[in-house]
Design a protein around this ligand. Structure first.
Ligand code: C2O
Ligand code: CU
Length: 466
């Protein structure tokens, strides 16, 4: 009887204290982990001061978030949330070093909108995370983003306010940074998205055919904007040339070899256009792109093959083999029974703790940082660190051929070690890009010592990054 009462009191207390206030600092509950490094002197600085460059933009664009129907190639109409009336939103294609200015206007998205530049290491105040680096833009509001991309490659942009809902509804688009001297040939950014159950490349939810003269250099930039991994099959003998916006030594795919891209990830493939069909198909869907000199043809019947593993190919990227790390963090993802914001259930836990009592990794500018990631769950977690790209060092304890990534696909029970140079001060999210998982608490922050944010997350603050 007494034990029963005590349990009830304990449960009541656990429930009560798990509820998030209407407005809170995301740093208020985290447990600071310094990764075993040198103590850090704290000079306080605010996220809000870490803005992009001033001056006259080389490229400017206004993106208006608005509800609009989107017509898929099959004729299907879906209700969507769009940028400038389309989903995917307009492709942003800029050149390295240009000053880019994007003005976000929210016409009628009651939930609010922001724009996050996924994979681009922009200054922190331009990172677009509601309640962390800015307030969500409410209906009728606007926000100006400015940055100068120094990375060349394939990225994407998406809302980071209520992202699990907003991205699914269509608030995303492709972002390509070209080298200063643009290579010739056909270059297509291919954001893949599932609209109301219809998987599409762009808006093509069936076979999309394009006429391409034989011999044309072709580059295809595959972007997975969904919350689950997507698999791709090819014909025409492409090579993998980039992963997550970072070039690799061109690596020909083996016959039947497939590419699996985790949620949020990108792969670029390239090929010289053959005198026949070259194609890419999204496995388990009707969506495919067929290129041929006469604009006809079908994706060939191919059988399922092995999945491309960058860790076993020579990607040409140099790791931090002999490096001495300034800090080493461990991050274990598991599930735990408890209350998450008042909701009882089995929730994602980071180092055994439920959001918001998750670890915060503290670094100093210049640190070489290692993170040992451990997926101690039977689910897939594409882990995304904002503002940095990491080099993969080991997989399941064994050294790999290092490659650079910003969204690491972790299969059930995978263990990886990654490393990065802390060279972009601020407060950065580290979360699962299965955005449902993130909304269910699989999210935490990397903080530079001394950083503060004037923004607040929570219902009454109208900021909910996930
Ligand atoms: Cu593409 Cu924090 O997200
Ligand atoms: Cu996950």
């Amino acid at each position: 009887m007494i034990a029963g009462l005590a349990l009830l009191v304990f449960l009541g207390w656990s429930w009560w204290q798990s509820r998030l206030p209407g407005s809170y600092d995301v740093m208020a509950y985290g447990a600071v982990d310094d990764g075993g490094g040198q103590p850090i002197a704290h000079h306080h600085f605010s996220v809000a001061a870490l803005t992009g460059p001033t001056g006259k933009p080389d490229y400017s664009l206004t993106l208006t978030a608005e509800k609009a129907p989107v017509r898929l190639a099959s004729g299907q109409n879906v209700k969507a949330w769009t940028f400038n009336g389309s989903a995917p939103g307009p492709e942003i294609r800029v050149r390295k070093g240009q000053l880019v200015q994007v003005t976000l206007v929210n016409k009628d998205i009651g939930e609010g909108v922001t724009i996050h530049w996924h994979g681009l290491d922009v200054p922190n105040a331009e990172d677009g995370v509601a309640g962390v680096t800015q307030n969500a833009v409410e209906e009728g509001g606007r926000y100006v983003y400015r940055f100068r991309p120094e990375q060349v490659g394939t990225f994407w942009y998406h809302t980071h306010q209520d992202a699990s809902h907003g991205v699914k509804q269509g608030l995303y688009g492709a972002l390509v940074v070209e080298p200063k001297k643009k290579p010739r040939g056909l270059d297509l950014a291919l954001p893949v998205h599932t609209f109301a159950g219809h998987t599409a490349i762009g808006t093509h939810d069936d076979v999309w055919r394009r006429r391409v003269p034989a011999g044309t250099p072709v580059r295809l930039r595959l972007i997975n904007t969904d919350s689950s991994a997507a698999r791709f099959r090819f014909s025409g003998m492409p090579s993998v040339v980039a992963i997550d916006g970072a070039g690799i030594t061109p690596t020909p795919l083996l016959p039947d070899e497939e590419i699996e891209i985790g949620a949020g990830g990108r792969y670029d493939v390239a090929l010289p256009m053959p005198n026949g069909v070259a194609s890419v198909s999204v496995v388990n869907s009707r969506a495919a792109l067929v290129l041929s000199p006469d604009g006809t043809g079908d994706p060939p019947e191919t059988k399922s093959g092995p999945v491309f593993d960058p860790g076993t190919r020579s990607t040409g990227s140099t790791g931090y083999a002999q490096a001495k790390f300034d800090r080493t963090f461990d991050l274990t993802i598991s599930q735990k029974i408890g209350f998450l914001n008042g909701k009882p259930g089995r929730h994602w836990a980071l180092n055994g703790k439920l959001y918001p009592n998750v670890p915060m990794f503290e670094v100093a500018k210049g640190d070489l940082v290692r993170i040992n990631l451990n997926n101690d769950s039977s689910s897939v977690h594409p882990m995304h660190l904002h503002g940095h790209h990491v080099i993969v060092l080991t997989h399941d304890g064994k050294p790999v051929s290092p490659w650079s990534t910003d969204t690491l696909l972790m299969l059930p029970h995978d263990r990886y070690s990654v490393a990065f140079r802390a060279n972009n001060p601020g407060l950065w999210m580290l979360h699962c890009h299965n955005l449902k998982h993130a909304a269910d608490g699989l999210t935490m922050h990397l903080m530079y010592a001394g950083v503060t944010t004037p923004y607040r997350a929570g219902k009454s603050a109208h900021n909910d990054p996930e």
